[in-house]
Design a protein around this ligand. Sequence first.
Ligand SMILES: Cc1ncc(COP(=O)(O)O)c(C=O)c1O
Length: 332
Amino acid sequence: MSQAPFLEPLHAERVRRRVREIMERHRHSAIGLIGQTEIVELDRVNRHLPVRVLAKLEGQNPSGSVKDRLALYLVADAMERGVSSDDILVEASSGNTGVSLAMLCARLGLRLIVTVADNVSVERFKIMRAFGVEVVLTPGELGTCGAIEKARELGEQPGHFWVAQHFNQVNSFAHYETTGVEIAAQIRALEINTLDAFVASTGTTGTLMGISARLKERYPELEVVSVWPVDKIMGIRRPEGEGKPTIYDERRIDRVVEVRSAEAMAMLRRIAREEGILCGISGGAAVVGALATAERRRSESGSGTVLVLLPDWGERYLSLKEFEFAAREAKR
Ligand SMILES: Cc1ncc(COP(=O)(O)O)c(C=O)c1O
């Protein structure tokens, strides 16, 4: 059997075993619901049939985002490195990882501090505080880099452990082990012979790194498309410049599609109205990338299947000014 990428084999096996133990012990709790999210077809917003566009609904995870998968592996990794319930986990997050770790730590009885830029949607730190974790706000103008610096600083204190999703290969490994495996099984169950393209937006890049590695083992011709924001889209960033995630490996990406926040919001509204799915803003951006990919596939080969990952639901963003349209329309 070929060696799994991302982690040294012994450590990979230890993390796997620890994840299995946690899942087994907590299988009737929220933790037992992590993963196994469903796939739907976006056949209304997709005007490029017969190329099909499928969407994996990661908002179905128990705390509402794809980051539940990562949180489980980050905690298992921390335990394997000797962290105990006397220690305090620390992480920087634009919101979703913080919420996922908060859910997990609540159930596991672990202490957690999350550092968050103070301009993320208020829903996110309210949810974290509801789970009982300490939230440290950092200046919004410093963005995620400011939150990362604060987490690094707190993590250096005795009894603190910085889980470092941007710099820890266990992030990509979590998706290699779970999301990528699930997608391949679901595509098979749908009796689709081959997957032609996988599209996702990037933050830490762990989602794309892990899924790309797993799916390319099964579909060597797969095109992996990374969606980057042109301006500010909450939850995602361009993997370049200051604070570039060290887990990012551009060799795992075949194409980049750049999307503006206005395009992402317009697509989010279409997906809500035409498909009945209210996804988050980065999901709207990813669908812009998926439809561009479907259009290109139709003109090049006339058919194919494109899968896009929707990381979370739109409810988590309703307080943002981008959603003022919803408040205006509600008054009518
Ligand atoms: C809403 C949202 N979408 C997409 C992503 C990107 O996922 P990844 O960090 O795996 O690249 C994130 C990451 O924080 C996110 O919060």
